[in-house]
Ligand binder design. Structure first.
Ligand SMILES: *[C@@H]1O[C@H](CO)[C@@H](O)[C@H](O)[C@H]1NC(C)=O
Ligand SMILES: *[C@@H]1O[C@H](CO)[C@@H](O)[C@H](O)[C@H]1NC(C)=O
Ligand SMILES: *[C@@H]1O[C@H](CO)[C@@H](O)[C@H](O)[C@H]1NC(C)=O
Ligand SMILES: *[C@@H]1O[C@H](CO)[C@@H](O)[C@H](O)[C@H]1NC(C)=O
Length: 314
């Protein structure tokens, strides 16, 4: 459902800006320096092996029953709650959207965060995900010419973003110091830990092992909700962006600013995100957890504030 009537201005700036989209192959080092070739071959072989296993395990993605909610397609068992017509917060967001300056009407406010969890048992072509690696990836935000809001409980991290963004007008960057204990997402840690420590619980690093990793995953939605409720944006769209999504910009020479804009055919009644794999309609929640199946990527999602408000509130 679209909650506000769309703003009248047409978004036309997609012709002006080129948005580099890092690909998995790039992340695997395939287009990098010569020394990366070995990594590329290794990753590709592993990928093919996994693909074959997936194909042969059967029961993978078949048909979908279309059930629309905020742009996602859910398999039939999920039920969408009706939003009450008298939701005053939603009404406020719609009024606010109408009062935004016309010259911001196509823009995207980018929201990101970093909470140091130590080294994660998550492997990339570059080895494990260490705090040092995340710090390196943060430098990609130097080139993102959008309003940016960064949350962290580390003054050092915010200081790093302050320096990284020094070349942009200062009003384009909001740095918010926020202790993780103040977040609903991190308060779930003991409960999540209990779930993961049940005997026989599947162990997929770090997804079903590290409770804090699950907390930061939840925090993405809480923080976008916070940005919307506290009026920290003044653009038509709001978008979550993981620290590492544009990591490629920190590995190759890069020296041009770029903007992020909604796709030309973006449906404003929906939440946009990228699909990683198809999902079969016959899968049970148990199978999804046991096999560590992935459907959509959490590294980024984009939408109009009213739509994202409903999505993140739920
Ligand atoms: C909104 O409507 C629901 C029933 O449709 C009612 O239960 C609720 O109290 C109302 N809320 C407000 C703030 O009026
Ligand atoms: C956008 O418009 C507002 C007034 O509506 C003006 O104050 C501001 O300078 C404009 N910004 C840009 C980047 O043109
Ligand atoms: C960085 O910090 C300085 C000093 O507090 C401030 O003047 C400047 O606007 C900040 N820059 C950014 C991009 O946040
Ligand atoms: C999660 O964070 C808490 C508090 O910082 C810490 O005590 C705990 O060891 C962390 N858990 C893992 C698996 O790293």
């Amino acid at each position: 459902k679209q909650f506000c009537a769309s703003l009248s201005e047409r978004c036309d700036n997609r012709r002006t800006y080129e948005v580099p989209v890092p690909t998995t192959m790039k992340a695997a080092g395939c287009f990098g320096r010569r020394g990366d070739r070995f990594k590329c071959v290794t990753v590709s072989v592993c990928f093919l092996a996994i693909l074959l296993i997936v194909i042969h395990s059967g029961n993978f993605p078949t048909e979908w029953t279309r059930f629309k909610l905020g742009g996602f397609l859910f398999p039939t068992p999920l039920v969408c709650r009706e939003r009450p017509a008298n939701d005053t917060e939603l009404q406020r967001l719609c009024l606010r959207a109408k009062s935004l300056p016309a010259n911001k009407s196509c823009d995207v406010t980018v929201v990101t965060a970093y909470f140091n969890l130590g080294t994660l048992n998550k492997m990339s072509a570059m080895g494990r995900y260490t705090p040092k690696l995340y710090e390196q990836w943060m430098k990609s935000f130097k080139w993102i010419n959008c309003p940016l809001i960064v949350f962290s409980d580390s003054k050092e991290v915010l200081e790093m973003f302050n320096q990284t963004r020094a070349g942009l007008p200062s009003e384009k960057t909001k740095l918010v110091l926020l202790p993780r204990q103040d977040l609903w997402a991190f308060k779930l840690a003991p409960e999540i830990k209990q779930v993961y420590s049940q005997p026989g619980y599947p162990k997929h690093q770090p997804n079903t092992v590290n409770e804090n990793y699950s907390c930061v995953m939840h925090a993405k939605f809480e923080l976008v909700n916070r940005v919307i409720r506290k009026d920290l944006y003044d653009t038509k769209y709001v978008m979550w962006l993981d620290i590492g999504l544009f990591r490629d910009l920190t590995r190759q020479p890069h020296n041009t600013l770029f903007r992020l804009v909604a796709p030309a055919d973006f449906d404003e009644a929906k939440v946009g995100c990228s699909k990683v794999h198809k999902v079969g309609q016959n899968l049970t929640p148990r199978q999804i957890v046991e096999r560590n199946l992935v459907w959509v990527g959490g590294a980024t999602f984009l939408g109009k504030p009213d739509v994202l408000y409903v999505y993140t509130q739920d």
